[in-house]
Design a protein. Structure first.
Length: 480
C-alpha cells in the first residue's frame, strides 16, 4: 500500500497515474458532442449503489474504467458550448495545471509553517484584486470556499463593527433578487427573523435606491441599527448591477457597512470594455468575488476583500498549537488569522498560474466576449415574436420565455416553458436554467463560454420552441 503514497520513491507511479487520468479526461472532452447524456438519478443510482467500497479494485486502469461508467460518461460538461444554465464557466488550462500542482504539494494556507510561499502568493493576489477594485492602501482579504462564505464573513465583520449586543436591532438591506446566502448568513449570525429588509428592484432588476433610502430612514426612526447594505454587482438571476454610487452615498449617510456581492460581476474587474459598469465598487467596505464564476477558474476559487484590514480581526482567534498571539509581533504571516476556515486549499495558485500565463487582459477579453454574446442574444430574442425577453443584459445572462401567440392562459405558458426546459435536459442537447419573473416561469441562459456562438443560441431557442409546441399540441389533444 505504501506504493500509493506520493513521495520521492513513487514519482513514476504518480506520473503514470496522473497521465492516465489526464488522457481519459482529454479523450472524453474531445468526444463529448452534447453537454449532457440526459441520464436520470434513477438510471444512475443503481450503478453507484452496486459498487462495494470495501472491495477495492486496486488498479488505476480498472478504477478509471469504472469511473467512466459512474461519472465521466454522464457528467454535465460545462465546457460544451450548449451548456447555458448556471454560473459555471469553462476552465482555463493554466488554472487546471495549478489545481494539479496544488493538490500534489498539498500546502495548507492556514499558517506560514504549512505553506511558506503559498501564503505570500495568496496575499499578492488579494492585493492585486483589492487594487483592481480600488479599495485603497489599507485593504486586505482572504481566499474563501465561495461566494456564500465570502458573504457570511463580510456580514460577520459588519455585525461586529456595529459593536451592538442587541442583535435583534440589526438590519441588513438587500434587493429582492440578491443571493439567498444573505438570508442564510443573517440566520447564522444570530440576527432576528426580520433582520433582512428586502428592497424592491426596478424594471431592470436593480435595487431601487429611493426605496432603499426610505427603508434606511424607517430603520433610523424605529431606533434600529442599519448594519449593512448588500449591493449585488451581477445578480444570479439577471446579471443586473445595483446602482453602486448611489448606494455608497446612502451607506455613508446612514452609517451602514457597504458590502458589494460581486460573485458574478467580478469578471468586469479584468474587462477591457465594460469595467465602468461596476464603478462605485471602490467605495465598498467589503466585496465578494468568485473567480470560479467569471475568471474561468475551477471550483473553488473565491475571495472576500475589505477596505480596512483591521476589520478582519473579528475573525481572529489564537490557538497555542497553531497561530499563537506572539507570532503576530514576530510578523509571521498566518492567513488563518483572517479566515473562517482552518485547513484551507491553496486555491490562489490557480489564479496565479492564469495571470502569469494569460494575464488579466486575457481573462478580461474572454469575459467581454460573453458579455457581447449576451447583447447579441438579447437582440435575437427581442426580434423573435415567439419569445418574451426581460432585462437587457449588463453581464451575460438572458431571461426569456416562450410565448405562443395562440395561447393566452399564462399558467399554460408556464407549463410549456417548464416542460421545454425538462425535455431539453432529458435530451442532453443543451442545458438551460429557469427562474421566476413576477410569478411566471421563465427560462435562463447564463452565457460564460466564449465558444458559444449566436448560431448556438438560435439553435437552442428553436429546440425550446419545438419542445414547448409539442407540449401545447399534446395538451390540446388532452383537452379534446
Ligand atoms: C453564486 C453567487 C453567490 C454564492 O457563491 P458560491 O460560490 O456559489 O457560494 C453569491 N452571490 C451571488 C450574486 C452569486 O451569483
Amino acid at each position: 500500500m505504501r506504493s500509493h503514497l506520493l513521495n520521492d520513491t513513487t514519482t513514476e507511479h504518480y506520473r503514470r497515474s496522473v497521465t492516465e487520468g489526464v488522457e481519459r479526461v482529454a479523450a472524453k472532452l474531445a468526444a463529448t458532442d452534447r453537454p449532457f447524456t440526459g441520464v436520470t438519478a434513477d438510471d444512475l443510482a443503481p450503478r453507484i449503489d452496486a459498487i462495494d467500497l470495501d472491495r477495492p479494485l486496486g488498479d488505476t486502469t480498472a478504477v478509471l474504467d469504472e469511473l467512466e461508467d459512474v461519472y465521466l460518461r454522464d457528467a454535465v460538461y460545462f465546457h460544451h458550448p450548449r451548456y447555458l444554465a448556471h454560473l459555471n464557466c469553462p476552465v482555463v488550462i493554466p488554472a487546471v495545471l495549478g489545481e494539479a500542482v496544488l493538490s500534489a504539494v498539498n500546502s495548507s494556507l492556514d499558517t506560514w509553517d504549512q505553506s511558506a510561499g503559498g501564503t505570500l502568493i495568496e496575499r499578492k493576489l488579494v492585493d492585486w484584486t483589492a487594487a483592481r477594485i480600488g479599495l485603497g492602501p489599507a485593504a486586505d482579504g482572504v481566499f474563501t470556499s465561495g461566494g456564500t462564505q465570502s458573504n457570511l464573513q463580510a456580514l460577520l465583520l459588519a455585525r461586529e463593527e456595529t459593536k451592538t449586543q442587541d442583535l435583534g436591532k440589526l438590519r441588513v438591506f438587500a434587493s429582492e433578487v440578491s443571493h439567498f446566502s444573505v438570508q442564510k448568513s443573517a440566520k447564522l449570525l444570530g440576527l432576528g427573523p426580520d433582520a433582512v429588509v428586502v428592497v424592491p428592484v426596478d424594471h431592470d432588476k436593480r435595487m431601487q435606491t429611493v426605496a432603499l433610502a426610505h427603508e434606511l430612514e424607517r430603520c433610523a426612526e424605529a431606533g434600529l441599527i442599519p448594519m449593512a447594505v448588500v449591493a449585488t454587482a451581477g445578480t444570479t438571476d439577471f446579471g443586473s448591477i445595483d446602482p453602486l454610487p448611489e448606494i455608497a452615498g446612502l451607506c455613508e449617510q446612514y452609517g451602514a457597512w457597504m458590502h458589494v456581492d460581486a460573485a458574478y460581476g467580478c469578471g468586469l474587474l479584468a474587462s477591457l470594455k465594460y469595467r465602468h459598469r461596476i464603478d462605485g465598487i471602490e467605495r465598498a467596505d467589503s466585496v465578494t468575488v468568485d473567480y470560479h464564476k467569471s475568471f474561468f477558474q475551477p471550483v473553488s476559487s473565491s475571495a472576500v476583500l475589505v477596505r480596512d484590514a483591521a476589520t478582519l480581526r473579528h475573525a481572529t482567534y489564537h490557538a497555542e498549537y497553531l497561530n499563537p498571539r506572539r507570532m503576530v509581533s514576530e510578523r509571521i504571516p498566518n492567513q488563518v488569522d483572517k479566515s473562517l476556515q482552518t485547513t484551507r486549499r491553496f486555491d490562489a495558485l490557480k489564479l496565479w498560474m492564469t495571470l502569469r500565463v494569460m494575464g488579466a487582459d486575457g481573462i478580461g477579453a474572454l469575459f467581454d466576449e460573453v458579455c457581447d454574446l449576451a447583447a447579441e442574444g438579447w437582440k435575437l430574442l427581442a426580434a423573435d415574436p415567439r419569445f418574451d425577453v426581460v432585462v437587457e443584459p449588463s453581464l451575460s445572462t438572458l431571461v426569456f420565455r416562450y410565448v405562443p401567440a395562440a395561447v393566452t392562459d399564462p399558467a399554460e405558458i408556464d407549463r410549456a416553458n417548464l416542460y421545454a426546459r425538462k425535455a431539453l435536459f432529458a435530451s442532453g442537447d443543451a442545458v438551460v436554467a429557469g427562474t421566476k419573473v413576477s410569478g411566471r416561469h421563465y427560462l435562463k441562459f447564463t452565457l460564460l463560454n466564449p465558444e458559444t456562438t449566436t448560431a448556438d443560441i438560435t439553435a437552442v431557442l428553436d429546440l425550446i420552441a419545438g419542445h414547448a409546441e409539442q407540449y401545447l399540441g399534446e395538451s390540446l389533444d388532452r383537452a379534446c
